[in-house]
Design a protein around this ligand. Structure first.
Ligand code: NAD
Length: 430
């Protein structure tokens, strides 16, 4: 019997510190009172489980699983499920808090949560992954629920895991409960447009920010780090709107092509190559460390946390960073970017397209109805544009970065909602 220990995080910056630093700054700007500050900073619930799984070779391995619910003030908590060797409690807690702020920034009626299992899904068989997902769902049966806590895909998980989760939860419940999880396969009640939604939101916010910075998309060059769900769709959709994607990367390496990478070809290659770009010949291989030094207009980090940090932020030449990933910039890099005039569209706004369409999936499941893809896309675009314009306005009003403005917008909303629920606010009759 072996026990899988968390692998160390790539960079030493703790994502929870980065989240708290921004939360603190925004709370100061808002003049948030101490009581509310303390309510909002602490996660509402942290659940840790041990999951013994029979592996294909007959061994039993014990995996550690987490679910952190940061807040249910705005509604049932919502947040993805991550399978990665670096998953640990602080990371899951930071990601859960970001979900609270993200839902609030784009004004959807959810609180924030996140789940994770410390495992290496690339080295597990389909059967092992299914047993792990079903075991995790059984352990979390009392946590999950369509009115309580609703998981979704994240790094290392996708429609398959969501299907197993929905099925296992439904078996325990004694009837089909589609709305307990989002990001499901379409035939199981998934929403049209969900797969592309996060990349689509990245594209929409990137274009909104380019318009403010007077960057012409038809002349813009873009580098995208991470070529999974978010990165590949963001690259594909930005290319459709005229941008030249000169660099893409994944865990296998970084690929550069001055004339522009054929994104459709790269996606097909990846799909036929077990999800990896290894061996892709549509661009020259460049050292991973050179990725953030590239002379491009826009960088889209769409892999993991802390990839932009105090060690490499000074080298960045792009004018705009649009955060497809959660927490890709450490708080120590914020000031360096700001001093160098680099604008960052923060994760809690830029990658909110995923949770917006997850919300639509949940709404459709509860209605027992299906929307067309064009309706989903239209509504998603309009919500995320509203969110961007609101954050931009706050950044001008408070003279702060888009990141701090997004936190101000989110914290203000959650704090006001808390005060109404708590009874410390009442409407005055006029
Ligand atoms: P994914 O598993 O589909 O893809 C992750 C990609 O990152 C892969 O291409 C992987 O090879 C690459 N990668 C991993 N380590 C890397 C490294 N060191 N350098 C370069 N590339 C590396 O995951 P995803 O769903 O696309 O999620 C990516 C990020 O976006 C995560 O931070 C996730 O939390 C965030 N996010 C995802 C969604 C969603 O709907 N999937 C929504 C919001 C935010």
């Amino acid at each position: 019997m072996s026990y899988i220990e968390p692998a160390p995080i790539l960079d030493h910056a703790n994502p929870l510190d980065s989240m708290m630093e921004r939360f603190h700054k925004a709370a100061e700007h808002l003049g948030l009172d101490d009581d509310i500050y303390n309510v909002l900073k602490a996660p509402a619930r942290q659940v840790i489980v041990s999951l013994p799984i029979s592996m294909d070779n007959g061994d039993i391995k014990v995996f550690k699983g987490y679910r952190v619910i940061h807040s249910t003030i705005l509604g049932p908590s919502k947040g993805g499920l991550r399978y990665d060797p670096a998953v640990n409690l602080d990371e899951v807690t930071a990601l859960a808090s970001w979900m609270t702020w993200k839902c609030a920034v784009v004004d959807i009626p959810y609180g924030g949560a996140k789940g994770g299992i410390c495992c290496d899904p690339r080295n597990m068989s389909t059967g092992e992954l299914e047993r792990l997902t079903r075991s995790y769902t059984q352990s979390m049966y009392s946590v999950f629920g369509p009115d309580k806590d609703i998981p979704a895909p994240d790094v290392g998980t996708g429609p398959n895991q969501m299907a197993w989760l929905m099925d296992e939860y439904s078996r325990a419940h004694g009837g089909t409960v589609s709305a307990v999880v989002t990001g499901k396969p379409i035939v199981l009640g998934g929403s049209l447009g969900r797969v592309q939604a996060t990349g689509r939101g990245v594209m929409t916010t990137a274009l909104s920010a380019m318009a403010k910075l007077k960057i012409n998309p038809y002349k813009a060059t873009v580098a995208v780090q991470g070529f999974g769900n978010v990165g590949s769709w963001a690259a594909h959709l930005l290319k459709e709107r005229g941008c030249r994607i000169v660099a893409i990367s994944d865990i296998s390496g970084a690929y550069y092509n001055k004339k522009g990478i054929n994104i459709g070809k790269a996606m097909t290659y990846r799909n036929e190559n077990k999800g990896s770009l290894k061996g892709f010949d549509g661009g020259e291989i460049i050292p991973a460390d050179d990725f953030f030094k590239l002379e491009v207009d826009v960088i889209i980090p769409a892999a993991l946390e802390n990839v932009i940090n105090e060690k490499n932020a000074e080298n960045i030449k792009a004018k705009l960073i649009v955060e497809g990933a959660n927490g890709p910039t450490s708080h120590k890099a914020d000031d360096i970017l700001l001093n160098n005039g680099i604008v960052a569209v923060p994760d809690i706004l830029a990658n909110a397209g995923g949770v917006i369409v997850s919300y639509f999936e949940w709404v459709q499941n509860r209605l027992g109805f299906k929307w067309s893809e064009s309706r989903v896309n239209r509504r998603c675009d309009s919500i995320i544009k509203l969110g961007f314009n609101n954050v931009y306005k706050i950044s001008k009003e408070y003279k702060v970065s888009l990141r701090i403005a997004a936190y101000i917008s989110a914290i203000d909303k959650v704090a006001k909602t808390y005060k109404f629920r708590d009874g410390s606010f009442t409407f005055q009759k006029t």
